[in-house]
Design a protein around this ligand. Sequence first.
Ligand code: SF4
Ligand code: SF4
Length: 112
Amino acid sequence: MNNIWGFTISSARVIDYDKNDRSFAQYMTDTVPSSQLCIGCGGCTATCTAGALTDFNIRKLQMLVKRGENREAGEQMHKCMLCGKCLLVCPRGVDTRRMIFAMLKYIDNQKL
Ligand code: SF4
Ligand code: SF4
């Protein structure tokens, strides 16, 4: 809606995470319990081979799954090269490569 001042105010972008499908996040908790230990430090992202070559961001990927933004997560997943470097640097012992394997399996089964 235009107003007399010549500009409009954008409507608020509200994401209601409670309405998202959390079944993927629950699957990850059950399948790779160490995924719950992540503190979001970004060490995995900083060392990621795929991240150096593409816009892939494994920390963001984990966040998307936890929030139930499954379609976005599914679009990112296949950029991982499964090299395992992230696994070596994680200070919390998150089994990131196993996590990605489990995500790929879920994504393929669910056709996300
Ligand atoms: S390095 Fe480990 S703790 Fe840090 S963001 Fe990655 S998975 Fe989480
Ligand atoms: S296994 Fe995947 S997420 Fe981890 S460093 Fe390699 S390309 Fe990046």
